[in-house]
Design a protein around this ligand. Structure first.
Ligand SMILES: [Zn+2]
Length: 223
């Protein structure tokens, strides 16, 4: 599990002055929970531009640090949200067949390279009296994706959240994604797809439940 985001923001600001020590802005007293230090990001982006040999003051780059800061605030907004809030409102329903939402698109940021990875999440569960609105599954994906991430942890985190909050009989999460850190740099393999899965409860222990789920997700398609 991710540590509570507001703790992280508060404690790291108190102790870690980072590479730009002394230039840190004071935390605002209100709304600390949603705080991303955009001014600090701006300074860091200026630094990067200078470091690669650019002139951060030239016309075309003037607004870039502020633009990047707003972008990061958006891309990492999930750090300051608890995905569990989307799973609190469930309905009591005696439905004991698979519920599946397929092809939930997402964008996330690889924490190793700070480059985006994007793709589709398929989420299925076998309810145990608790059913949630289908859009809530997409909300959970959104919150978990908008953090510095690795795909494996993202898959596991979503599965565990559903298992715990819905007390489901089983949860299956499959994520397929393209990582730009593999397609535009390094090994440069465009078209490569990374597939991860987390099978919990009945989808782990029972082979026929698992193959039913895989059939629902993929049908005739290949992953
Ligand atoms: Zn990467």
């Amino acid at each position: 599990m991710q540590p509570a985001a507001n703790n992280r923001a508060t404690s790291s600001s108190a102790t870690d002055l980072g590479s730009l020590a002394g230039e840190q802005d004071p935390l605002p007293t209100s709304n600390v929970k949603n705080f991303v230090d955009e001014a600090r990001i701006e300074r860091a982006v200026r630094e990067i531009l200078s470091a690669v040999g650019e002139n951060p003051d030239r016309e075309g780059l003037k607004e870039t640090p502020a633009r990047v800061a707003r972008m990061y605030a958006e891309m990492f907004s999930g750090l300051h949200e608890d995905p569990r809030i989307h799973l609190q409102k469930f309905f009591t329903e005696q439905y004991d067949e698979v519920v599946l939402v397929r092809d939930i698109s997402f964008n996330s940021m690889c924490e190793h390279h700070m480059l985006p990875f994007m793709g589709l999440a398929h989420i299925g569960y076998m309810p145990n009296g608790r059913v949630i609105g289908l859009s809530k599954l997409a909300r959970v994906v959104e919150v978990v994706a908008r953090r510095p991430q690795v795909q494996e942890r993202m898959t596991e985190t979503i599965a565990n959240l559903l298992l715990e909050e819905l007390e489901a009989k089983g949860v299956a999460v499959i994520i397929e994604a393209t990582h730009t850190c593999m397609t535009i740099r390094g090994i440069r393999k465009p078209g490569s797809l990374c597939v991860t899965s987390a099978m919990k409860g009945i989808f782990r222990s029972n082979l026929s439940s698992r193959s039913e789920m895989m059939n629902l997700i993929y049908g005739g398609r290949r992953p």
